[in-house]
Design a protein around this ligand. Structure first.
Ligand code: PLP
Length: 373
C-alpha cells in the first residue's frame, strides 16, 4: 500500500473561484494565472477547471508548451516576457503573447525574424519597482515597439504592490492612467487582491485582470479577510492518515528537540506527512501548533514537524465523540470528507508564511489527482 498522503485538486472549486473573479469584474476578460505549475496544483490538473478563462498567464516556456499540448488554442501570456532571443522563436511558433518590460526585450524583438507579428503587453513600473518601464520612459518604449514590424498589437499593463493592504492601488492607478491616457490598446491590471477589493473603485477599469491565488481558493488579503468572506473554495486538499498513536503521561515530550511536553495524560496521533511533503516545518517552531482536522475535527500539531511525520493532539477528537486511531483521516488543509474546511491560509499563518508558499511547495513525492468535486 502506498504511503497514505494525497493531494486532491478540486475541479468544481476551480470553476467556482473563476466564476467569482468574473463576477467581481464582469466587464474584464480573465487571465488564469497558472505560473509555478499552477501554484503547485499542476497545470494539467487545473486545466479542466480553468479552461473557462479567457487566457492562461505564466512565466515558463515549458509551461506554455504544456498548456498548448492540452489543446488550448486561446491566448497564453508570458508574464515576464522572454529571457533570451531564441525564446521569441517559440513565441512565434506557439502564438504566445509576451510582456515587454525592458529595453533589452525590445532589442531582441527588433532582431527577431518572424512572419507573424507578436502581441505584446508593455509593462509599466508604476511603483512596485520590480519589472517595467518607469512612467517617464514608458511612452518612448511604446513608440519604439509600435515602429517594429515584429509587433502587432500593444497592450498596456502594470502590477500593484499593495492591493491587499492599507496603501491600496490608487497611487499606482493614477500614475498608470496619467501616463497612458491617450495611448491605444487594451489594459491589463489587477491581481487577485485588486480584483476582489478594488474592482469597483473609480479608474480601475481593465480589459484584462490577472487573478492567481483566488482561483486556488486562498484569500489574497488574509487575515483581514478569509476565503469564506470572498466566497472562495479550496482548490487543493492535502490529506493523509494516522499511522501511529502514542499515549503520553504528564512530562512526556514529543519528537526531535522535545519541544512539546505533555502537561497531563494525552493521546497523540502520528500522521504520514512531513516537511519533505511540503508541510511547513515552521508550523512547529513559530506557533503553538498548526491547525489540522482529524476525522473532520479541528485539533493542532504538537512537537516538531519532521521529514516524514507530524504529531497531532487527539484529545479534541476524542472529546468530539470520535475514536481516532491508525487509519483515521487527516486533513492538512482543504476539505475533509464531511465537508469541514481547513483554510490553507490558517496553516500558513501558523507557520509565519502565506498560502501561496504552501501551495507552491507541495512536494513532487505527494501523489496528486484531480476530482470533479
Ligand atoms: C504580473 C502578475 N500578475 C498577476 C499575478 C497574480 O497574483 P495573485 O496570485 O496575487 O492574484 C502575479 C503573481 O505574482 C503577477 O506577478
Amino acid at each position: 500500500m502506498p504511503r497514505p498522503i494525497q493531494a486532491t485538486i478540486h475541479t468544481a472549486a476551480l470553476r467556482h473561484n473563476l466564476a467569482r473573479a468574473r463576477a467581481a469584474t464582469p466587464d474584464a476578460r480573465v487571465w488564469a494565472v497558472v505560473k509555478a505549475n499552477a501554484y503547485g496544483h499542476g497545470i494539467e490538473r487545473v486545466y479542466e477547471g480553468l479552461r473557462g478563462a479567457d487566457g492562461f498567464a505564466l512565466l515558463d516556456l515549458a509551461e506554455a508548451e504544456r498548456v498548448r499540448a492540452l489543446g488550448w488554442r486561446g491566448p497564453v501570456l508570458l508574464l515576464e516576457g522572454v529571457f533570451e532571443p531564441r525564446d521569441l522563436e517559440l513565441c512565434s511558433r506557439l502564438g504566445l503573447w509576451h510582456v515587454v518590460h525592458c529595453d533589452e526585450q525590445i532589442d531582441m524583438l527588433a532582431a527577431h525574424k518572424t512572419q507573424t507579428p507578436h502581441r505584446v503587453f508593455l509593462k509599466m513600473n508604476s511603483g512596485m519597482n520590480r519589472l517595467g518601464f518607469m512612467p517617464g520612459r514608458y511612452r518612448a518604449a511604446w513608440t519604439r515597439l509600435n515602429a517594429l514590424p515584429q509587433v502587432d498589437e500593444i497592450s498596456l499593463m502594470t502590477h500593484f504592490s499593495d492591493a491587499d493592504g492599507p496603501r491600496g492601488i490608487a497611487h499606482q492607478v493614477q500614475v498608470f492612467a496619467d501616463t497612458t491616457r491617450d495611448l491605444p490598446g487594451e489594459r491589463s491590471l489587477s491581481n487577485s487582491a485588486a480584483t476582489l477589493r478594488h474592482a469597483a473603485s473609480a479608474g480601475v477599469r481593465a480589459d484584462w485582470v490577472r487573478p492567481g491565488i483566488l482561483l486556488y481558493g486562498s484569500a489574497p488579503d488574509f487575515p483581514e479577510h478569509d476565503a469564506a468572506h470572498w466566497g472562495l473554495q479550496p482548490a487543493m486538499t492535502l490529506s493523509s492518515r494516522i499511522i501511529g498513536v502514542q499515549q503520553l503521561q504528564a512530562g512526556d515530550t514529543v519528537g526531535y528537540g522535545s519541544n512539546f511536553t505533555a502537561t497531563q495524560p494525552m493521546r497523540i496521533g502520528v500522521v504520514a506527512c512531513g516537511y519533505a511533503d511540503g508541510y511547513p516545518r515552521h508550523a512547529s517552531t513559530l506557533s503553538a501548533g498548526a491547525p489540522v482536522l482529524v476525522e473532520g475535527i479541528r485539533t493542532r500539531t504538537v512537537g516538531r514537524v519532521s521529514m516524514d511525520m507530524i504529531t497531532v493532539d487527539l484529545e479534541p477528537v476524542f472529546a468530539a465523540g470520535k475514536a481516532p486511531g491508525v487509519g483515521s483521516a487527516v486533513t492538512l488543509w482543504g476539505r475533509a470528507a464531511d465537508g469541514q474546511v481547513l483554510a490553507i491560509d490558517e496553516v500558513a499563518k501558523a507557520a509565519g508564511t502565506i498560502g501561496y508558499e504552501l501551495m507552491c511547495a507541495l512536494a513532487q513525492r505527494v501523489p496528486a489527482q484531480a476530482d470533479e468535486g
